[in-house]
Design a binder for this molecule. Structure first.
Ligand SMILES: [Zn+2]
Length: 527
């Protein structure tokens, strides 16, 4: 199978029909392609990135005008076929003695492993014991079709967690979060969903016209990271390698003949069941910044940026600012593709082309996949003039919520225990309850803030008043919920009443809430 020439990508067409296409058939006009249809959510995210990477590498626009041209009218299948043809040599999927997609340059002679180990949630010994296997139930992956095996290989190389001694993590660290932009329109084509995430040559790097080992690491001897080798830094290879990172040395074993794929359920002529792997492959280190991933930047610039990860408790509105723009409270910054969307695409897009952000990734506990998270959030189109202030106002709302949560958590513990400072334990459910309870009002206020005229200079009084009231009310409601729901026998009402009083007093002293109070009052007087 050749991943450029042959149909292997599972898709849904406009009439609801499912099928498989080759990448160049993306823009087929007969029965247009509207969505990918991978059998697992991690494969869905990976296939999006495979196609975005392919377009970025071979078809990036010179500038935003050319980008807009292809947004409005996609290239024909003939044009795509012609552009992709020179790359097909690098995309042979199974080629035991020669170059093979995302597989080591050399033939590996280590013991073959079962294909299940290619899956990030592959139940290792401990995972099985804890019944934490998510998508694969222990021991049921006997074989997979070429399409699913290719998706699994790309998913692993893209998200690789540490896999034991010398089995390297992905270019963005283990289990990175990926942020993709999607059109809100239900009628958007798959082409538009992908093209929104492709940067111009000006924004990233000139496209390639022929494949090379600098971009596709499997086309050259592996930059090993054992004692004879070293780390691979951004300056060592082509920037487009970010889309094609290959931290693991892998070679697929010959297939076992025909059968039914355990991942998608399709009957196929060739089932893959084993692969070989070797440690000390490419070790990506240093200041890599993958364009499709948000990062946390060190304010002192001493540590390299760290990719944001899927996390316990999932993604909520507290992450909105960091995923969408930049959150000064923690150094989180949106993926480069989102930045460039605000800086250039927003300027050329039609105002009715509403866009949302789709974030997804594994929550990894070192080598073990705890959970898969994904979430969509609204992208708010804000003109350049008001943009900085708009995000500053959102940041003010978030910071006051963070301050209130700190007080709430501390006083709930004072209500629970006579010596709260000595008590250790997980209290994240208190934070979580506050974030959840305040989320709907946050998005309402966000909408009001977004509708302000571009000459706005300060937070509208109504937003400040609504938010301040919400902070007080929810803090008290949740204090009562967490403290009074406790075991009645242990309740010391005097201690509880005192903690509740201190909660009110301390909230009154919070600078962020006082600031909201001033905004609510002064502007009202003027009005
Ligand atoms: Zn399959």
């Amino acid at each position: 199978m050749n991943l450029i020439n042959d149909p292997w990508i599972p898709v849904i067409h406009a009439d609801g029909q499912r099928g498989k296409i080759a990448p160049w058939q993306l823009t087929d006009t007969g029965n247009s392609v509207v969505e990918l249809a991978a059998p697992r959510p991690d494969f869905q995210g990976a296939l999006y990135q495979f196609l975005i990477g392919l377009l970025q590498t071979s078809f990036a626009s010179e500038d935003e005008d050319e980008w807009l041209k292809y947004w409005q009218a996609p290239p024909s299948t003939e044009q795509l076929k012609e552009v992709l043809a020179p790359f097909s040599g690098a995309f042979e999927f199974f080629n035991p003695q020669g170059l093979a997609f995302l597989q080591d340059f050399t033939v590996l002679d280590d013991e073959p492993k079962e294909l299940a180990a290619l899956l990030i949630d592959a139940p290792g010994g401990k995972t099985l014991k804890d019944h934490l296997d998510h998508f694969v139930k222990g021991g049921t992956l006997a074989g997979a079709c070429a399409s699913c095996t290719a998706s699994a290989l790309f998913t692993l190389q893209t998200n690789a967690p540490s896999g034991g001694v010398g089995h390297r993590v992905g270019l963005r660290g283990g289990g990175p979060l990926t942020s993709l932009l999607l059109p809100e329109s239900a009628h958007a084509s798959l082409w538009q969903k992908l093209w929104l995430n492709v940067l111009t040559e000006e924004e990233l790097a000139p496209k390639a016209h022929t494949p090379s080992g600098d971009i596709f690491p499997w086309m050259a001897a592996t930059r090993v990271s054992d004692k004879t080798g070293g780390a691979t830094l951004p300056d060592d290879v082509h920037p487009l390698q970010m889309y094609w990172g290959m931290p693991r040395r892998i070679r697929l074993e010959p297939t076992q003949g025909a059968g039914v794929c355990d991942l998608c359920g399709d009957a196929c002529t060739e089932l893959f069941s084993h692969f070989r792997t070797k440690n000390y492959g490419v070790n990506y280190e240093g200041p890599w910044v993958h364009p499709l991933t948000p990062y946390r930047f060190d304010p002192k610039n001493e540590q390299p940026p760290l990719s944001l990860k899927g996390q316990q408790g999932g993604l909520g509105y507290r992450h909105w600012l960091g995923l969408m723009w930049a959150d000064p409270s923690n150094g989180d910054a949106a993926a480069l593709s989102i930045k460039h969307f605000y800086d250039s695409k927003l300027r050329v897009l039609d105002s009715c082309d509403a866009v949302k952000l789709w974030s997804f990734g594994y929550d990894m506990d070192n080598m073990k996949a705890r959970c898969w998270y994904e979430q969509t959030m609204p992208v708010i189109a804000i003109g350049e003039e008001y943009r900085e202030l708009f995000f500053k106002l959102v940041s003010d709302l978030l910071n006051s919520a963070r301050d209130v949560i700190k007080e709430l958590r501390s006083q709930v513990k004072s209500g629970w225990f006579s010596r709260p400072k000595d008590v250790k334990g997980d209290t994240s459910m208190i934070d979580q309850s506050f974030w959840q309870a305040t989320e709907p009002v946050f998005y309402q206020q966000l909408k009001i803030l977004a509708e302000q005229p571009s000459n706005t200079r300060t937070m509208p009084a109504s937003v400040a008043a609504t938010w301040r009231k919400l902070m007080f009310n929810q803090a008290l409601t949740l204090f009562d919920y967490w403290v009074l729901e406790g075991d009645a026998e242990d309740m010391d009402m005097k201690r509880i009443t005192s903690a509740r009083r201190f909660l009110l007093i301390n909230l009154g002293k919070l600078k962020s809430l006082q600031h909201l109070e001033q905004l609510a009052a002064t502007t009202e007087e003027v009005a």
